[in-house]
Each structure stands twice: as C-alpha cells, then as structure tokens.
Write a protein that binds this ligand. Structure first.
Ligand SMILES: Cc1cc2nc3c(=O)[nH]c(=O)nc-3n(C[C@H](O)[C@H](O)[C@H](O)COP(=O)(O)OP(=O)(O)OC[C@H]3O[C@@H](n4cnc5c(N)ncnc54)[C@H](O)[C@@H]3O)c2cc1C
Length: 250
C-alpha cells in the first residue's frame, strides 16, 4: 500500500479561523485556538474549506469498495476496462494479521497464493483468446476473473471534516485490517500538516470520549477499560422522559 499526498489547501488554519470569524468568533481568539475549539466542539462546517488530495495505490479492490462508501469525497479509480491487468499485483490479507500463522500455520496462505496464480493465468488466457476479435472486448471480459485482492489505484480528494469522519470510522479495531492500515497512513500524513485538527482524532471512542459500538465492541479494543460505550453512559444519566427537557427553554 502506498499513500502520497498530492495537494492540500495552503494556510488552512488561517482560512478556517477567518471563516469562523465571519460567523462571530471573538477577534481576540488566536487562529490555532479557534481551530482547536471548532474540532473539539464539532462546529465542523468551517473545516470543509481545507481539502486534501491523496494518491492511493496498491490497495485491494476489496477495500476500494469501502473507500467508495465515503460519499463525501471525490474518487478517481484505475480502470480495468482500459488497462490490461496481466500479472496483476494483489494484497495478501494474511499479511495484516500475522498472528494467525502461529495458530493455523501456512496452509491458508498457500491456498490463497495458488488462487491468485490461477486467476492471473485465467485472466491472460481469456484475454489472449478474445484479443484476436477485439482488444477492448478482451479487457472488458477478462477483468471479470480479477479477484477483489487485485491491486487498484485511486486519486482521492476529501475535505478535513469528511476526513475526520473517515478516520473515526476506519481507525476502529472493527475496521478491516487493510482499511485500518490505510487510515493510519493517512492520519500520519495529516497530523504532520495540521496537528491542530488531527492530533486528537482517533477512532470514534478516542475522539468523542464515548464509543458508539456498544455490544459490537471487540475484546481487542485498546480503550475497552478506559472509554465507556454509549449505552453505559446513557444508563448512568438516568434520563427517562426526554420530551420534558426538549422544551426547557420555552
Ligand atoms: C466497522 C465498519 C463496518 C461496516 N460495515 C458495513 C456493512 O456491513 N455494510 C455496509 O453497507 N456498510 C458498512 N460500513 C460502511 C458504513 O456504513 C458507511 O457507509 C461508511 O463508513 C461511510 O460512512 P459515512 O456514511 O459516515 O461517510 P460519507 O458517505 O462520507 O458521509 C459523511 C456523512 O454525511 C452524511 N451523509 C452522507 N450521505 C448521506 C445521505 N444520503 N443521507 C443523509 N446523510 C448523509 C452522514 O452524516 C455521514 O456520516 C461499515 C463501516 C465500518 C467502519
């Protein structure tokens, strides 16, 4: 997996702070404090003025589908219709869970690598047969044997607000290991550029101080003992009838 930053909004702290000042943030507050307050209090629309473009390559088609689920972003993908995928590279998902080898040995990996080799062979055989008829039809048809492990390549543009949402969801231990790796790499890049925005961003539990995963929270969550679930916090508040509170100011 390779992640490269292609572009980012320049002087974004100034841009976001000045945008927030338009809405009435006190002039006396310095730029970094304004941005930190916006992130902490989730007054996040001003963060949309900062935009990142990443070049993301050697990820699997499997997680590219997950990337596409993040609709508040712009995606451009390598086409399997217009490129020949002979000898395609692929992601070995077992590399993201190395501990599995100590439990089940190497058998699953051997099967997996054989399946990739077979898919490569079938891909090019189908392509060679059909290219006599039409090169574009050959690519069009052969691509249907590509596994979801096959490498793909994206250019991904996302604003800082949507990126926070992405990181909170995909840094969670419940996220797919390859997707989590992508989120970690992206976080490393953006923390370096805008620490005021991203240094406090982790999974949803870490960022919000409360984990919405409830029962689905896995045992390997590092914050299990430190951060309460949403259900636990709600139980503690003992609020029974919200309708009375809703009209408190009337
Ligand atoms: C651990 C994990 C497991 C998952 N499992 C599944 C699964 O089994 N199946 C599956 O299909 N997906 C699954 N997802 C994907 C998930 O449901 C989201 O589609 C994905 O994380 C994108 O999040 P998002 O909608 O917040 O992002 P974006 O699409 O970028 O949207 C950002 C925000 O904009 C708002 N928004 C965007 N579009 C709309 C809209 N149409 N209407 C109203 N508000 C909108 C929402 O507030 C949203 O949070 C999983 C995600 C994670 C992290």
């Amino acid at each position: 997996m390779k992640v490269k930053l292609l572009r980012v909004t320049d002087d974004g702290v100034n841009l976001v702070a000045n945008s927030a000042r338009v809405s009435g943030v006190p002039e006396s507050m310095d730029e970094k404090s304004i941005v930190r307050m916006i992130v902490e209090n989730d007054y996040s629309s001003a963060l949309e003025h900062i935009v990142f473009t990443f070049d993301i390559s050697d990820i699997s088609i499997a997680i590219s589908r997950e990337l596409l689920e993040h609709r508040i972003a712009s995606h451009t993908a390598r086409s399997t219709r217009y490129n020949i995928e002979e000898g395609f590279g692929f992601v070995n998902p077992l590399e993201y869970i190395p501990e599995i080898e100590t439990i089940v040995g190497k058998d699953a990996e051997k099967e997996f690598l054989k399946a990739m080799e077979d898919a490569r062979k079938h891909y090019i055989r189908i392509y060679r047969i059909l290219e006599k008829y039409s090169n574009s039809i050959a690519k069009e048809v052969a691509r249907y044997v590509l596994p979801v492990a096959a490498h793909t390549h994206y250019v991904w543009t996302v604003n800082a607000r949507s990126l926070i949402n992405f990181l909170m969801l995909r840094l969670c231990v419940r996220a797919a290991p390859e997707m989590r790796e992508l989120a970690k790499k992206i976080r490393e890049i953006v923390v370096e550029i805008y620490p005021e925005i991203f240094s406090g961003i982790g999974c949803r539990g870490y960022t919000l101080g409360i984990c919405p995963e409830n029962e689905a929270r896995p045992k390997n969550c590092p914050y299990r003992k430190l951060i309460k679930t949403k259900k636990e916090v709600k139980k503690q508040t003992k609020i029974r009838d919200i309708s009375k509170d809703l009209y408190h100011y009337l």
